[in-house]
Design a protein around this ligand. Sequence first.
Ligand SMILES: [Zn+2]
Ligand SMILES: [Zn+2]
Length: 226
Amino acid sequence: MFINLSHVANVDNKNHFPSKWNELPVVGERSPNHFRADGYAKRHWCFLGEIVSATKNLLGHQVVIKDFDSREGLISVLFPLDRGAGNCFNLKNFQVGHTLAIMNAQRELLDDETWCIRVDRHQYPGVHIFPYTHDNAVAVAQALYRLGPHGGVAECFNCPAELQRSPPTRCCQGCRLAQYCSSECQDDAWAHVHDKECVAYQDVALQSLFSLDFTRFMGAFSFPQQ
Ligand SMILES: [Zn+2]
Ligand SMILES: [Zn+2]
């Protein structure tokens, strides 16, 4: 699948991608920024956090993630202990350095006065683990945005050169998204960053997340099954 770039979400929009955990709405408070009067979500938002640790206790899995604006800002994400088949949210998949995405996350105050995000089973379709760092995921999202309708003048992915339409732009044959002004730039980018990024550019889950229209809520978003 190649992304439809007619609509690309802006990862720098804090209403859609809150970058601090304390920007999340509190369970039960129905903040007017996030919810309509009838209780339905006004729009989508997605909390992205990088996994710092994952442990198991009697109640479930506790995954600690850091938000990306205040990297010291840690928050626990609690998953039920689930032995059911087909559940990817088990301990071995919560790898340190990978990125957890939680659609329409809300935070909750625990008895010990700490905050958490609790994920229930019915929310699993809107939760995803990206197998790369937060920085990688955001870099790909920003690149997709630049390619979309609001991205402005197309630039080489390796240097500030504006891309010409003729002769046609050089494009990575792996992801078909990264564009370059010359074969030198393409080789240079591959040697330094793109060999690692290219797989992320082809990630169907990332593409479907960032081609979602975050400005309205037409029902809960589900990540594609991979
Ligand atoms: Zn270039
Ligand atoms: Zn590529």
